[in-house]
Design a protein. Sequence first.
Length: 312
Amino acid sequence: MVKKIPDFEYGVIWEDQTSGHRIGCLDVSKKEDVEKLMKKESAVLAVQDPPYNVDINDEFGNLPLDQYMSWSEEWVDNTLNILHDNSSFYVWLGADVRSGLQPLPDFIFMMRNKPVKIRSFITMRNQRGYGTQKNWMAIRQELLYYIKGEPIFNVQAEYTDIPKKTKGYYKEIDGKITENFERSKSLTIRAGNVWHDIQQVFYLMHENIEGCFAQKPLKSAKRIIEASSNKGDVVVDFFGHSGSTLLQAELSKRKCYTMDINPNYCKIMAARLLHFRRTGETGWGRTKILKDGKILVNDEQLLGAPTLLDSV
Ligand SMILES: C[S@@+](CC[C@H](N)C(=O)[O-])C[C@H]1O[C@@H](n2cnc3c(N)ncnc32)[C@H](O)[C@@H]1O
């Protein structure tokens, strides 16, 4: 029975004995830190969600753009360095309308000089946004999808839960007029590159980690992981935070090597995984877990009461 959640400080790497995941309290902009986590292994998928160079609750700073870009180039190079010859590289990023839409376009230009090809430019719709009565509300999350070599793409992962409704689109196949539904591979629609079917995490959802301000939904992590990796593959996320990629990797039977520079987020990631294994819960719902990046609850509360799941 797991009683203790690992504690982290800079340099510590925790290795999960059950599924082989790794969590490191490390700095992605340092090549040696990334190599220390990877131990000469490569990954077929990187899902990166760096700070967007916008201050959120005084937690993520604003850098002058040139400094932010030099830093971005460092972590991008370090990531590409450990990616397999045939691999996928996803990056969540934002464009700040109050600041000339930085850093998204700058990042896209920088990536043109990297040994990868852009494959798609995805937008995810958030439910909550920010804005005033004088402007369109800002609700988009941008996701850049690059490839190195020729990675797999499991198209099945792209299908949503939204039923296909429109009949029509007749097309002649082998001399027979066929209708949309006859040709269709699924009864539901594909997500395409505008994801409007994913609920942004909020306090009423079980997966919520109250106090993680940049938590990505498990559903988007699942879509990416299952489209761009196979069972048993290594996936990486070097800006781990709430551990959505880690937990989804566990659920989808991949191995996740993840890091965060902040020891508290490393601990939350490990706790979220262990709490899930003990209780089947994907987060802590409304319970206040963190404030200003500091953990508010003790290990017992994080792990939850033992259940039968704990003994298997
Ligand atoms: C936008 S959040 C990632 C959110 C994450 N995708 C999720 O679903 O919870 C960015 C995270 O990157 C971490 N971070 C910032 N600089 C870092 C660095 N140099 N190395 C590793 N992690 C870093 C921050 O502590 C923060 O937790």
